[in-house]
Design a protein. Structure first.
Length: 168
């Protein structure tokens, strides 16, 4: 899924930014990174990674550094794009390499999202694309079957709490 969101002309080597977590609710933390223009909450049993994988701007995970069981943030485009501009293309690109690929549009909290779901036996990746601060963003929630429910719940928490106003 790293291919989704790497289409904005950046080289993937953006300068590492500070990642900060602050208490939110009693069982949640709030991720704030100077690499993304929004914050979001996540369950405090996940860990915010200070050095996410290349091309990923922010990441919270069950086990830092593991390929699966994480919420990852990427910039998809340097401008705001409507879902019809990218969902069908992403689906077409992935259909031959995954067991199942589906798309839809969904309102989550304050976000209108384009959703791409890829299932491939040992993992499920659900990417939510949305606009804000003049760009298009991807929040990818990727999990193995054992942790799928946990990551799905954490992802919903993150998306429902996205806030472009709390950055500064």
């Amino acid at each position: 899924m790293a291919g989704c969101g790497s289409d904005d002309g950046g080289d993937g080597n953006e300068e590492q930014g500070a990642v900060e977590t602050t208490p939110a609710a009693s069982d949640r933390a709030r991720l704030k990174s100077d690499r993304i223009p929004f914050t979001f909450e996540y369950p405090d049993d996940l860990t915010a990674e200070k050095n996410p994988p290349r091309g990923t701007l922010a990441r919270v995970s069950v086990k830092p550094g593991a390929r699966l069981n994480a919420i990852q943030v990427r910039r998809t485009a340097q401008r705001e794009l409507a879902p019809e501009r990218y969902l069908d293309e992403f689906k077409r690109d992935l259909e031959d390499s995954a067991e199942s690929v589906a798309t839809r549009e969904e309102r989550i909290g304050d976000l209108d999202t384009g959703v791409l779901v890829v299932e491939d036996g040992d993992f499920t990746s659900t990417s939510y694309f949305f606009t804000g601060a003049g760009r298009t963003w991807q929040v990818e929630c990727i999990a193995d079957p054992e942790r799928e429910r946990q990551i799905e719940t954490a992802c919903r928490t993150a998306l429902e709490s996205v806030d472009f106003r709390q950055v500064n």
